[in-house]
Design a protein around this ligand. Structure first.
Ligand code: ADP
Length: 494
């Protein structure tokens, strides 16, 4: 912003320098016209004595813009009018009346000449119309020795401009400037170095024929335009930088937020897991000690205690297995021994093992296998792990309606197996987060159950490793179905 502001003062300085430069270019052009005209008038003064009128006229007519020259003696009677014009007499009369109407100019120019020998050239006030042409003219005084003569030189301005100014314009303009000449009376563009007339930055009339104006402009636009362009570019860059910065900050904030959430989940996980481990250990210790001390009298009670110990041990084993499995996955060390597998057989095996456990916990369970023998390319241990995780969840998240249905089938090119329950269900807005590490649906009831937030993360990883997919269908308070799709075994898998 400082950089942009500081441009304003520099801009003013630059602008001043630029305008002065343009003015000096215009001045030098004006001066060159003056020099050319001086050449003509001094030539005339020099040749007047030595040349006859005819020779003088011939010499003057070598300039294509020359129209006529009027000469009159100021002290001795002399009058001459040299011109190749058709109506030369009428032209001479007009010149004579111009002379008579400009007595003040006559005496002024005479003063200059007599005072310091300086031949001043002065422009005529308004154009002269001769044979339909608009002629410009200028006055000067010649001193040919014994007599001073007043002279009026008539010429066609446009032709003079073409001869003297156009080459000068082209020499100066190049690629840096646009130079143009305009007749101000009717805005007629006499010449321009550019195709169209740019709005002139600086302009001034030609000293010797002020009805014509020369104008100049920088080819690349004004200083202000150049600075505005740069300003806009800088502003755009600044805006882009801001956008990138805002995006960067948002990204960092999001990352920090995610990290914080993950840290929170990890902390929850550690406290859950320690609780989950401590509870079965305490139970095992208590029942084992009771048995060891021989305090249990009846065989029936002993059996019940052994049963509790075995159940708690398997709960512990499950928990530890899950943690080990997850840490292997995290360390990218988990490998899969994929083989041809009859999916129905695997599912039936798991069902047989678990149905007792399910029924023992008050669940009604059912297995619906499709008739076709579907072979998948999978690691048997992994498929069992996935299925056990889903059955475990179905049990954990069922309330009063205790039912688990395991189903197999074929959908397109994929063999599927589904585990459905009639449990608490999962809100729609939570369903896509289930598979995140340590994620647990925030619900007071859920946290009462044994939970680590790892089960579905492991399921997702195993399914990814088998190029399979997991689909969740769940309605709150009605139940959930987790469907696993495995691609069928192909010969290339061998
Ligand atoms: P957890 O060890 O907490 O069960 P999971 O990754 O297996 O971890 O499950 C993540 C969360 O998804 C669970 O905390 C639970 O809120 C929800 N969830 C998983 N399966 C079910 C289900 N069958 N019914 C209802 N909610 C479920």
């Amino acid at each position: 912003m400082f950089e942009l502001n500081s441009l304003n003062s520099d801009e003013r300085e630059l602008e001043k320098i630029y305008v002065r430069q343009l003015e000096s270019v215009l001045f030098s052009i004006n001066q060159s016209v003056q020099d050319k005209v001086s050449e003509i008038t001094t030539g005339l003064e020099r040749n007047m004595n030595s040349m006859s009128d005819d020779m003088l006229l011939e010499d003057l007519s070598s300039y294509n813009f020359f129209e006529g020259v009027y000469l009159t003696g100021l002290d001795t009677p002399f009058q001459s009018f040299l011109s190749e014009d058709r109506g030369v007499d009428a032209f001479a009369n007009k010149a004579d009346s111009i002379f008579k109407a400009n007595t003040s100019v006559v005496s002024r120019l005479r003063c200059y000449k007599e005072g310091g020998g300086f031949m001043k050239i002065e422009n005529g006030a308004s154009p002269l119309y001769q044979n339909g042409d608009e002629l410009e003219y200028f006055f000067f005084v010649v001193d040919e020795g014994e007599d001073i003569k007043f002279s009026i030189y008539f010429f066609e301005a446009i032709l003079m401009i073409e001869q003297y100014l156009v080459p000068k314009f082209q020499e100066i303009a190049r690629d840096d400037f646009v130079l143009s000449c305009l007749r101000t009376s009717d805005n007629f563009l006499v010449y321009s170095t550019a195709e169209n007339l740019a709005v002139n930055y600086e302009s001034e009339p030609i000293d010797l024929f002020p009805r014509y104006e020369i104008g100049i402009d920088g080819a690349g636009g004004t200083v202000e335009e150049a600075i505005n362009r740069r300003k806009n570019q800088s502003l755009l860059a600044l805006a882009l930088l801001m956008v990138v910065m805002i995006m960067g900050i948002t990204l960092v904030l999001r990352n920090v937020q995610q990290e914080m959430k993950l840290a929170q989940k990890k902390a929850d996980f550690v406290s859950n897991v320690s609780h989950e481990i401590r509870t079965p250990l305490a139970l095992i210790k208590m029942f084992a000690e009771t048995l060891l001390m021989g305090r249990v009298k009846t065989e029936e009670k002993k059996k019940e205690y052994y049963g509790i110990i075995t159940k708690e041990v398997s709960r512990l084993t499950n928990m530890i297995n899950r943690i080990l499995s997850f840490s292997k996955i995290e360390a990218s060390k988990r490998t899969y021994d994929k083989r041809q597998l009859d999916r129905n057989t695997v599912v039936a095996d798991v069902f047989n093992t678990y149905s007792y456990h399910l029924e023992n916990n008050g669940f009604r369970c059912e297995l619906k296998t499709s008739d076709e023998k579907l072979i998948i390319n999978a690691d048997q241990e992994a498929v069992i792990e996935v299925l056990v995780n889903l059955i475990d969840n179905a049990m954990k998240y069922s309330l009063d309606s205790k039912q688990v249905i395991i189903e197999t089938g074929l959908k397109g090119q994929n063999a599927f197996l589904a585990v459905s329950d009639q449990g608490m269900g999962i809100p729609k807005n939570q369903q896509d987060k289930l598979f995140e590490k340590f994620y647990r649906v925030p619900n007071g009831d859920v946290h009462d159950t044994k939970s680590s937030g790892l089960g579905l993360t492991i399921v997702q990883h195993i399914m990814d490793a088998h190029e399979g997919e997991v689909e969740v269908q769940s309605n709150l308070d009605k139940g959930s179905t987790f469907k696993l799709f495995f691609p069928l075994y192909k010969h290339e898998d061998a």
